[in-house]
Design a protein around this ligand. Sequence first.
Ligand code: CMP
Length: 482
Amino acid sequence: MGKGKVSAGPKPSDIARLERQIQQRHDRISALSMLDCLRTAPTDELERLVDLCILRAFPAHEAIIHHYDQQDSLYLILQGKVRLTLHDKEGREVLIGVFGRGDCYSTGALFGNVFSRAGAYTETNCYVLQLPINDLRAMLPATPTLNKLFHQIYLQRLAEFTLGRVPIFNHLEPRERLALTALLQSCRYPRDSVVVTQGSPADSLYLIESGQVVVEHNNHPIASLSEGDFFGEMSLLCDQPRSATVRTLTPTTILVLSAEEFERLLTQRPDLRPQFQHVLERRRNLDEKFQDKQERVQRLTVAVQYGLLRGRYLLVRTPELCPPGCRICEQACVARHHNLRLHLDGVRLGDVDIVDTCRQCRVGAECVEACPEDAFAWNDKGALFITDKCTGCGECVPACPYQALDRVPRASMQSGKLLLRLLGQAKRLQQMIRPVIPLEPVEYTHRADKCDLCHGYDDMACVSQCPTGSLRLVPVEEIFPL
Ligand code: CMP
């Protein structure tokens, strides 16, 4: 301050504005404390939470989140009704529930899955508070009560979603499913863990929340199950030891229902028994039918070994239709993506070759787990693609067990611009007297790259340019009818 100048002090209008701001903040904190899901949170934790909240308004009948969207926020409902739905194993839309004031959803992104299992749609005009997941994640270690509250909601939604996805359980009323969720215990298994062992006594029914398992009889794979499937019903219904071993292929979250609660459920809802019995008989028939079929066992062994059941589609090639030396598909891929994303020397199964490329893992994708930026997303064609969030760090590359990812220079770097940019920077540095902190955003030099079934294009370059029709994208079930 200059000599002789007298401090004017804050103006009355500034003081009034400040007081208004303090009052507004106080009102917002007390509004949060009145929401059901936050009722037991202490004020000091709500004070931190309030700073993250963004008020959003949605008109009626609008999507807030679609199924399989990447979840980057958690939502608290202030006013209105939000419907959560998901798709079961058979592709039917199932209502999880209609949620209202004080409810919370999209907790999955905080504790587990980056992709939204459920879609959230407004039934009425809605006001919601949106909380960015990354900020929330950074805050939660310092707010243990909120951490516990959101975790409890997460476990509850997990159980509701899993029951909703299993066709037998989704015949229950949402209220009945809610009651059942309280009886389920959630267990997380790493890759390659044995969940049940053939010959052991039965004590529970298992519902797969996320991940993939293989069912093995006498050490040979006989089936593969994934989210929305259950297992363990055979021994419970027939009062026999476990008919098979079940082993995880990916990190897997399983909800466990004890044998006593399963029996109680069947007593209360006798209509469920024939439905479980029906699944049991279908599986037993399959097991008996295929017991001597070496070919099926071999196919499944290959499928498990090469992760061919992890996506919805497989890229297959009929070698008999490929003229010798023709590499048009590879050239088409490189021309479009500046990187070769497929390798023709895949696995031979009968008269087709499974092309070695990204499996578009629907469950337990190691690249997704390894990515520090949450840079993977799904499209509605069933392809896992890399978004602009990729910084080219390359963490995903060694994580993939099938070597389906590459770290490649970005197009701008390939075109010689990098050299020019570096020269320019060096010149400027020479002229500088004092070191300065660069304010320009960093330009990433590399990016991760993999097959994404030509996300963003109307066709797949390799398939549409194949002159003989040898290359095809087919549903997994066409090659492995399970
Ligand atoms: P349980 O015998 O209790 O334990 C092993 C489980 O593997 C069995 O119940 C079934 O749930 C499951 N299982 C056995 N055969 C098949 C099959 N063909 N397809 C899917 N699951 C199966």
